[in-house]
Design a protein around this ligand. Structure first.
Ligand code: HEM
Ligand SMILES: *[C@@H]1O[C@H](CO)[C@@H](O)[C@H](O)[C@H]1NC(C)=O
Length: 332
């Protein structure tokens, strides 16, 4: 091949490469910690005020808000699509894991949005997606977890549908490979996944999410990691065979209202409620990280902050595919 042709190929290749680089989402570059400094300088304290007030009335709203942020980011990116309620019912909230999202948490975000809009300078200038990201951070730090700067500048999405939810969110019977591949698809490592699972240091689960671990059902038994016998007996009392659909158990039975590393210590005691949590200790490939977070809360907090920041960059909308929603539960 002639030198000219070779040069052409190299040129073509590098043009293609740069196109590729531009095409891959570099949302991180577009988000910034002081995005609202000149737009709505008090936004963080206004949101924090609402979160703190709601937490005093209902701890559940806080846990629900943290989960809401995760579900938002994994389904169509962090664009507040999880909040949209379509009149025909075809929206994320009516599907799969999102059926058990907390109404109190959605209410919390609506209240925070109203409080932000109450300042004329801020009216309709802060996205619901950013308010959710700030609120999730505030919950974490107000219940004992780390405080960290939140990257801001997301737009709100315009689309929410039922169908996509079940392919986008992890299930409570996922094994390590399933968890890793779903998180990897969102740019998150196994360590990020283990740290983010530590969010289960607060909040609750309904019985149906772990009942199969408590009783022998007829038919093929799905694999479930081992559970401490005493804990199993306790959980059978919380969730008898004929449990009520509204009954819940704490995800972190030892310190349910505190954001700490007890979640990982529970896993060491075989007291993880969800199979997808206990598998992190059962599988040799992730056990070391569980032991590390169980023994060093600072290491857990650092990893959690880093993973939450990465989570907050997933599928961010900054162009024509986004808008600043006037009401968080409906598109403009
Ligand atoms: C690793 C994969 C994950 C799986 C399989 C999973 C699954 C679940 C399930 C089944 C529940 C109980 C829902 C119910 O019955 O109402 C739950 C609750 C919860 N999840 Fe996850 N989750 C995962 C990761 C995460 C992440 C990454 C976060 C946040 C960073 C999170 C935050 C929460 C919170 C705070 C609750 C309690 C909600 C409440 O009390 O209202 N989860 N999760
Ligand atoms: C705990 O983790 C932090 C952060 O990674 C680290 O700086 C510290 O040295 C660790 N402490 C111990 C006792 O290993």
């Amino acid at each position: 091949m002639g030198i000219k042709k070779y040069r052409m190929l190299v040129l073509l290749f590098s043009v293609l490469l740069s196109l590729l680089i531009v095409e891959t989402p570099t949302a991180a570059a577009q988000l910034s910690q002081n995005y609202y400094a000149g737009i709505c300088p008090n936004v963080e304290s206004v949101v924090r005020g609402v979160v703190s007030q709601r937490l005093q009335q209902s701890f559940a709203a806080g846990a629900g808000t943290l989960r809401l942020f995760f579900h938002d980011c994994f389904v169509r990116g962090c664009d507040a699509s999880v909040l949209i309620a379509n009149p025909n019912g075809d929206d994320e909230g009516h599907s799969g894991a999102d059926l058990s999202l907390s109404a109190d948490a959605i209410d919390l975000i609506n209240k925070a949005k109203a409080a932000v809009d109450g300042d004329p300078q801020c009216t309709n200038r802060v996205s619901c997606a950013d308010i959710l990201a700030m609120a999730a951070r505030d919950v974490v730090s107000l219940v004992g977890g780390p405080f960290y700067p939140v990257e801001l500048g997301r737009l709100d999405g315009k689309v929410s549908t039922r169908a996509i939810v079940k392919y986008s969110l992890p299930g409570p019977t996922f094994n390590l490979d399933q968890l890793n591949s779903l998180f990897a698809a969102n740019g998150l490592t196994q360590t990020d996944m283990i740290a983010l699972s530590g969010a289960h240091t607060i909040g609750v689960s309904h019985c149906d999410k772990f009942i199969r671990r408590l009783y022998q059902f007829r038919g093929p038994q799905e694999f479930t990691p081992r559970m401490n016998l005493q804990f199993l007996r306790q959980m059978r009392q919380v969730c008898p065979l004929k449990y009520s659909p509204s009954t819940v158990a704490m995800l972190d039975a030892s310190t349910p209202f505190k954001f700490d590393n007890a979640f990982y210590q529970n896993l060491q005691q075989l007291e993880g409620l969800l199979a997808s949590d206990q598998i992190l200790f059962a599988d040799r490939r992730s056990r070391g990280t569980v032991n590390w977070f169980a023994s060093n809360q600072t290491a857990f907090f650092d990893a959690f902050v880093s993973a939450m920041t990465k989570l907050g960059r997933v599928g961010v909308k900054t162009g024509d595919d986004g808008e600043l929603r006037r009401v968080c539960t409906t598109v403009n």
